[in-house]
Ligand binder design. Structure first.
Ligand code: THU
Length: 128
């Protein structure tokens, strides 16, 4: 299954009764395995989690901590961009040149790198 297919399929599983905004994310681990996740909302709104966070959790639970590609899809008028927090979460596990494809269910796509999405990222190097 391609990243796009995985993200599109998992988006259908999103639990988004409050925003009605379903998001699917799929990432490729360094092994080549694809991991996917959807947003999971909560009546206590700040407790909801993004699709990207779910995909990262699935990757880490499977024993991988490096990702090489990301695909995010939503039914938005323009390609959905990961929120600020998810950009930092993705940067934890991917290099700056990782391709992030942002897509709409209508077929629009935009590609950016992680470094473009999160310039000046806070990294472990800052803590030395
Ligand atoms: N959301 C994601 O899951 N990923 C994104 O990249 C953007 C936003 C979710 C969070 C919330 O459940 C809903 O979209 C509306 O913000």
């Amino acid at each position: 299954m391609s990243l796009k297919e995985a993200a599109t399929a998992v988006r259908e599983k999103a639990y988004a009764p409050y925003s009605q905004f379903k998001v699917g994310a799929a990432i490729t681990g360094a092994s080549g395995t694809v991991y996917s996740g959807c947003n999971v909302e909560n009546v206590a709104y700040p407790e909801g989690t993004c699709a990207e966070a779910g995909a990262i959790a699935a990757m880490v639970a499977a024993g991988e901590t490096r990702l090489t590609e990301v695909f995010v899809i939503a039914g938005s008028p323009m390609p959905v961009t990961p929120c600020g927090g998810c950009r930092q979460k993705l940067a934890e596990f991917g290099e700056g040149d990782v391709r992030v494809t942002m897509a709409t269910t209508g077929g629009a796509e935009q590609v950016m790198t992680l470094a473009e999405l999160l310039p000046g990222a806070f990294t472990p190097g800052h803590m030395k």
